[in-house]
Design a binder for this molecule. Structure first.
Ligand SMILES: [Zn+2]
Length: 536
């Protein structure tokens, strides 16, 4: 007997093929049949009349590395239709653990919303085993992040890696890829990854290429230096042949609006030359990052503690403030979204003084205090280090539309699986963690001239699954894993806003992971059938 029969819906299979009216039968966690299956005996039936039945969304760009251990129900992800997430993006990651675990944990402060999560692992297999033990509601694949690799091999100093250190990084990366990691990621604004020279990035690219895995790039600069930064990633792609993913392609700062089209020209040229290059994007006009990302590389040297100490020096503060004078963003563009409760830990995200500043711009906080905005930002970074998060606006919709329309664009939220009622529920997070995928359909597919439904679904399913190397996922066909989203194409919409981000979306009828319903009619039933995906 069939385990689960999803009846009466319109199947959008994830490949970009036209929607068709069909039932979907699921048995043993796999799609058993698709077609007119009326009368087929089934243990459970799910009525999808009037709804689209699609593969579950594959979120190729997340920072849920630690939040899944805090809240394995993955509420904010699965309730928007996400069934698989890729962690370890932007060079930020948790394995392998370096000689100084506390320094690595501080460097990954952006991921670290719940101080109660214990780091029980030393390497990627150990981290994947911790995920196995947590039994998340969604499937998880992991990239190996550059920060832990460099922290282990070189430490936190601003200097080139020596030959033996490059070998050590390649060895650690190769081991993690052999253990099933989906690829490697870098984040060239975050210490110590920002100290990598070209030879180091080439070494990572070569190792990724040897294993046929992805190299994901948070490039050096998304503002004035966007095009040169994209060129750097493409040069490594062409020199090494590695599969390449540009993370969250965007142009930051009003003076750079329009640059995305030029970056796409570079990507098109590389693709025409045979490079396997794509990119991800999320449908919002603001980003989210650690506030310390604004600091120059030299100010972050040595790790979080030296950085915080340095920011007490008046000469250092004057020098940073001087560099900030030419920043592409204004202090009105930057809103404080999270402040940890203690200097080294994170609590409810509102901070000791955070209640007064979370949700307000740096400019507003400075005006209220009668002080200079750069002083506010320096004080926050000095007091709380990498745990202070910001929402950064100043992006243009034309750039977003150009990126979304490109055939190589896939959707990646850049968000985190959060639980509004748990330790990860504090602060004022970017609404993408709750509404990224519904927002794509509501704002960029349903509008006149928007993405066709089948193409929007492809960008959320088979295309990102292919980037991450997830076989038999992201498509609905006989034999594929039964990760399924059922939603109302007229009603699906994000409800999370910047002012009120902890809101689940509308229009999601059901979310099925590995053949088991996890969400029905907006209610998470508590099932945790996610698999930890090791790429063979
Ligand atoms: Zn990211």
């Amino acid at each position: 007997m069939t385990d689960l029969l999803i009846t009466g819906g319109t199947v959008v299979d994830g490949t970009g093929a036209a929607p068709v009216r069909a039932d979907v039968a699921v048995t043993g966690g796999r799609v058993e049949a698709i077609g007119d299956l009326a009368g087929r005996p089934a243990a459970r039936t799910l009525d999808a009349s009037g709804h689209a039945v699609t593969p579950g969304f594959v979120d190729v760009h997340t920072h849920s590395d630690l939040t899944l251990l805090s809240g394995p129900e993955a509420h904010s992800a699965v309730r928007q239709g996400v069934t698989s997430v890729v962690v370890g993006n932007c060079g930020l990651g948790v394995a392998p653990v370096a000689a100084d675990p506390a320094a690595l944990r501080a460097a990954a402060g952006y991921l670290d919303l719940d101080p109660a999560v214990r780091w029980t692992w030393s390497d990627l297999p150990g981290y994947l085993a911790a995920l196995d033990a947590a039994r998340p509601s969604v499937n998880v694949a992991a990239l190996v992040a550059h920060i832990p690799l460099r922290a282990a091999a070189v430490g936190f100093a601003d200097r080139p890696a020596g030959a033996a250190e490059l070998d050590r990084m390649r060895g650690l990366l190769g081991d993690a890829l052999a253990a099933g990691a989906a690829g490697v990621s870098t984040g060239l604004v975050y210490a110590p990854a920002c100290y990598a020279r070209d030879d180091e990035l080439l070494a990572l690219g070569r190792t990724a290429a040897e294993h046929g895995r992805l190299f994901a790039w948070h490039v050096r600069d998304y503002a004035d230096g966007l095009l040169d930064s994209v060129r750097q990633a493409l040069a490594v792609a062409s020199a090494t042949g590695c599969r390449t993913q540009i993370s969250h392609l965007v142009a930051v700062g009003r003076r750079n609006h329009g640059s995305v089209a030029r970056a796409l020209d570079l990507i098109d040229d590389a693709r025409a030359g045979g490079a396997d290059v794509a990119f991800d994007v999320y449908p919002y006009l603001a980003g989210n990052a650690p506030l310390s990302q604004l600091l120059p590389d030299w100010a972050q040297e040595g790790g979080e503690d030296p950085m915080r100490g340095r920011l007490a020096d008046p000469d250092v503060r004057a020098r940073v403030a001087d560099e900030w004078r030419d920043m592409p963003l204004t202090w009105d563009d930057i809103t404080v979204s999270r402040v940890p409760d203690g200097p080294a830990g994170s609590g409810d995200g509102d901070g000791e003084a955070g209640g007064a500043i979370v949700g307000r711009t740096i400019a507003e906080i400075a005006a209220a205090a009668g002080t200079d905005p750069s002083r506010v930002a320096l004080d926050l970074a000095a007091e709380h280090g990498n745990g202070v998060q910001m929402i950064a606006a100043g992006r243009g919709e034309r750039d977003l539309l150009d990126a979304l329309a490109h055939p190589a664009a896939v959707i990646g939220s850049d968000g985190q699986a959060l639980d509004p009622d748990g330790p990860t529920g504090g602060g004022a997070p970017h609404p993408r963690s709750y509404g990224c995928f519904p927002r794509l359909f509501a704002e960029y597919a349903r509008r006149p001239g928007g993405l066709p439904l089948a193409e929007a679904v492809r960008k959320c399913t088979s295309a990102p699954a292919e980037r991450a190397g997830l076989a038999d996922r992201g498509v609905l066909r006989e034999g594929a894993v039964a990760d399924v989203a059922v939603f109302d194409t007229e009603r699906i919409a994000d409800r999370a806003t910047f002012a009120s981000p902890q809101r689940f979306p509308d229009g999601i009828r059901a979310v099925v992971v590995g053949g088991r319903p996890v969400v029905e009619d907006g209610v998470h039933g508590g099932a945790r059938p996610g698999e930890i995906l090791r790429i063979p």
